[in-house]
Ligand binder design. Sequence first.
Ligand SMILES: NC(=O)c1ccc[n+]([C@@H]2O[C@H](COP(=O)([O-])OP(=O)(O)OC[C@H]3O[C@@H](n4cnc5c(N)ncnc54)[C@H](OP(=O)(O)O)[C@@H]3O)[C@@H](O)[C@H]2O)c1
Length: 248
Amino acid sequence: MSKLNGKVAVVTGASKGIGAAIAKALAQDGAAVVVNYASSRAGADAVVAAIAAEGGRAIAVQADVSKAAQAQALVDAAVAEFGRLDVLVNNSGVYEFAPIGEVTEEHYRRLFDVNVLGVLLATQAATRHLGAGGSIINISSVAASVQPATTAVYTGTKGAVNAISGVLANELAPRGIRVNVVSPGYVVTEGTHTAGIVGSEMEAGMVAQTPLGRAGRPDDIAGLVAFLASDDARWVTGEEIGASGGVH
Ligand SMILES: NC(=O)c1ccc[n+]([C@@H]2O[C@H](COP(=O)([O-])OP(=O)(O)OC[C@H]3O[C@@H](n4cnc5c(N)ncnc54)[C@H](OP(=O)(O)O)[C@@H]3O)[C@@H](O)[C@H]2O)c1
């Protein structure tokens, strides 16, 4: 397929999990991709190597998206290497859950810094380069609407992402830049392994509530993102679309 031929994309948090699958899918569809990572250099290099092995173009760029200068440097690296920027996928995210009695300022700041401030800063940086036809895709979560117990802070970050995305869809529409949200349901990733969700009661509950009857895989999310990045979605903006096996 070649629906992203000639386009250049930045995918934040693409060293593993959903972001890695998105980076590979965009490259398979013809985009040149900047594979961002915060700490997992080896993971990002492996994604770049997998893309190159299929004849695609990609580079790995380290940046903490919650720092303005690093978010700008990330986006600038795309333009320096590939000459333009067409697509930003704000995928970087951290999740930790805590009942309200255990919520701390540190927990709040860690999640809001990456999940919300990171989206704002990377988007601000990208809008300095994006032109008409540009596409921003923010990875939220069905948690924002399901609102599971013990996820007040995480779910709060994703509710904020949804609201911010709607505002930016309106704000950037006059420039021909689209902004959409993809909300995954539960997906087995390195992150859900590390968080202790894989094999837990919480996982069993989430799978039981999934109409299509299984946990999600990173690839289940990536195709929808590639569609929204492409000109096939030229009339789609300000939407939140679930990729959740039917969970709402
Ligand atoms: N997995 C699920 O069930 C699920 C469900 C709904 C929504 N989501 C959302 O989907 C996204 C990806 O989730 P995932 O499960 O694939 O996560 P993951 O496996 O934990 O990967 C997270 C990615 O984010 C990067 N990251 C973390 N902090 C960062 C920072 N400050 N700056 C730049 N990158 C940073 C990590 O980079 P390093 O590894 O280099 O540190 C990594 O590449 C998140 O936004 C998450 O909230 C996930």
